[in-house]
Design a protein around this ligand. Structure first.
Ligand code: 6MZ
Length: 332
């Protein structure tokens, strides 16, 4: 089964750039910064069997951010992450990242341009699209700035940026602050993906569901077994909005007690559209093949079930219909 999961063509729809850096990429970035021992005493990955709270995970992202501080480093990081995904059998990747500036070293525009350059320079077969993230800890004008950058990049490279994402510490900020930007993004034809219900917040969950993003990330605390309520769960299931399910991420952040108790079980039994995803394959030490394998073991899925799960994900991509046809042909 492990080998089958590795060979299966897969689609990754929920991957944060700075959370997806492998150990060797981190080392290369340390060298580039002239600080080869920067992380010798600081763990930037949560290994098998270890767990952290959500806020501890967010501290780890800060540590990784100390390395992607120049356009050169961002380009190297992006190129490595794309290669890692390709080696894991990913045929289509929607990579997301938050435009970031570093005083005196990089503007947000340069940050995004570096990612775009790395995507354009990649020689392999994997198709890569970009989502720009809005961080909940930021202000509404940062969200507007992210949208402007997305539209500017789209003007130069029409199919590259496919959407806007709402992410960041789920205990920070409020949806209302950013909603006007997401409304505008939708009017401009961008796809919308939102992290939803990583912590209990019924009012916000219902507001997000009403807004109807193209996809939802996590939806961890919606089911009554995981701190939610019937109203939220029923609204989610009736909405049929595809869910990016991140098994290991949720386990390592302690928002679900075990793989077996993950709400993917309920999503599968309700035949709800789901895309298995890694979230942060570097920080959580699990690639997408491993996530498929874990899903198979935890929920007794057959090879055919996994194949169907992977093929069905094509429908939830934010790419053009033509691209979706091309992806379906890969599975044939
Ligand atoms: C919410 C997350 C996340 O954007 O610098 N991020 N946001 N929930 C999660 N679950 C664990 N994992 C990652 O990548 C790192 C950023 O992605 C978001 C956080 O804002 C984090 O700082 P980029 O490439």
């Amino acid at each position: 089964m492990e080998d089958f999961c590795k060979r299966l063509p897969k689609i990754e729809l929920h991957a944060h750039l700075n959370g997806s850096l492998s150990e060797s990429t981190i080392q290369k970035l340390c060298q580039l910064e002239g600080a080869p021992h920067l992380f010798d005493n600081w763990q930037v990955a949560i290994n098998h069997g270890e767990h952290r709270t959500l806020s501890e995970c967010f501290e780890m992202f800060k540590a990784v951010h100390a390395l992607t501080v120049t356009p050169e480093a961002v380009k190297l990081a992006t190129a490595s992450v794309i290669s890692d995904f390709e080696q894991d059998g990913i045929i289509y990747l929607e990579l997301r990242s938050t435009p970031r500036e570093v005083e005196g070293r990089m503007t947000k525009e340069q940050y995004v341009d570096a990612i775009v350059e790395a995507i354009l320079a990649h020689q392999g077969k994997i198709v890569v699209k970009l989502l720009l993230s809005v961080d909940r800890r930021h202000r509404s004008d940062d969200a507007e700035h992210a949208l402007k950058i997305a539209l500017d990049v789209r003007a130069k490279h029409p199919d590259m940026v496919v959407g806007l994402d709402l992410s960041g510490d789920p205990t920070a900020g409020s949806l209302d602050l950013f909603l006007p930007t997401f409304v505008k993004a939708r009017q401009h034809g961008l796809g919308i993906v939102m992290h939803c219900g990583e912590v209990s917040n019924k009012a916000e969950v219902l507001e997000i569901l009403k807004f109807r993003p193209n996809r939802l990330g996590h939806v961890t605390c919606l089911h009554p077994d995981l701190g939610g309520c019937q109203e939220q769960w029923k609204t989610l299931i009736e909405s049929k909005i595809p869910v990016e399910a991140c098994l290991t991420s949720n386990l390592r952040c302690k928002t679900v007690p075990s793989y077996e108790k993950h709400h993917l079980r309920h999503l599968l039994s309700a035949r709800h559209p789901v895309a298995l995803s890694t979230d942060d394959k570097g920080v959580f030490c699990s690639d997408l093949s491993n996530e498929f394998h874990i899903a198979a073991k935890s929920f007794d899925l057959s090879e055919q079930d996994l194949r169907d799960l992977s093929i069905n994900t094509v429908d939830f991509c934010l790419a053009s219909q033509q691209m979706k046809e091309q992806l379906r042909r890969c599975f044939q």
